[in-house]
Design a binder for this molecule. Structure first.
Ligand SMILES: NC(=O)c1ccc[n+]([C@@H]2O[C@H](COP(=O)([O-])OP(=O)(O)OC[C@H]3O[C@@H](n4cnc5c(N)ncnc54)[C@H](OP(=O)(O)O)[C@@H]3O)[C@@H](O)[C@H]2O)c1
Length: 229
């Protein structure tokens, strides 16, 4: 275990991809005092297109924490890496993890078929398990896959929505739980990576409900508890 992960000091977070999920999550963590780097295939162009709207309302100090780099350099400089790219780009995007430095990697990927009738990977496994089998030096945590990017950007509902997370390293799960809370969700620890398969299934169900009931992205999962009777 890495002791640095046990503290609450600001960390360098690398978000791979500059799309909907990346843009939704970055402001929360910048406001929380973290340094956030976007890892992009074309960082200069993405910066020119996105930076002014992203830092609007953040304040100068938080905005100064944002940087833009090529994907490999973003991974290189980050303690925590968020894979916010399509599933078919994930393995290539994480190649820099082979430098052997231990990092926490957040997998928010939903490997969905285009017709949304299932996954493009075997139902019995998960992207988390596939990724961690490839990059064994890092600690992978599944998180943020069960909410829409619209809800990641603004998680306000009558109650704080739930965000289940799982992964094999307990300390890594705790660190990711802090980032989940900073993004406006109630983190729920689901234990080891076996649960990732089921978290991907929860998303399929949520998307089906949203389509069936015309909720668009404006829905989230809330697990409620009460005292045992
Ligand atoms: N959208 C949602 O509501 C949502 C919710 C939960 C989870 N997710 C998951 O989060 C991940 C990102 O979703 P998103 O909606 O943010 O996707 P998106 O808007 O399409 O953005 C994906 C980003 O990934 C980068 N990228 C790298 N390789 C790529 C490739 N071969 N093709 C396309 N983009 C590539 C691009 O950034 P550069 O061009 O800068 O490299 C792009 O902006 C996905 O795995 C998805 O399953 C999405």
């Amino acid at each position: 275990m890495c002791s640095a992960w046990e503290s609450e000091i600001a960390v360098d977070i690398g978000i791979l991809g500059t799309g909907r999920v990346a843009q939704a999550l970055a402001p929360h963590w910048l406001l929380g005092g973290h340094r956030v780097c976007f890892g992009s295939r074309d960082p200069d162009t993405r910066r020119a297109a996105l930076e002014s709207s992203l830092i609007q309302g953040l304040g100068a100090e938080a905005a100064a924490g944002l940087s833009w780099r090529p994907v490999d350099r973003c991974v290189e400089g980050s303690e925590i890496v968020v894979v916010a790219v399509p599933w078919d780009a994930a393995l290539a995007s994480l190649e820099q993890l082979r430098d052997g430095r231990r990092r926490i990697v957040i997998d928010c990927i939903n490997p969905l078929r285009p017709d949304l009738k299932g996954k493009v990977i075997d139902d019995a496994t998960s992207t988390l398990r596939v990724l961690q089998d490839h990059f064994t030096a890092s600690d992978f945590v599944k998180a943020f896959n069960s909410a829409s990017s619209a809800v990641m950007a603004d998680s306000h509902f009558d109650q704080v929505p739930s965000m289940p997370i799982c992964g094999d390293n307990e300390v890594a799960r705790q660190r990711v739980a802090e980032l989940v809370a900073a993004a406006g969700f109630e983190p729920i620890d689901c234990g080891d990576s076996l649960a990732a398969t089921w978290l991907e299934a929860v998303t399929l169900l949520t998307i089906r409900m949203a389509i069936q009931n015309r909720w668009k992205g404006d829905c989230a999962v809330k697990w409620e508890r009460r005292e045992s009777r």
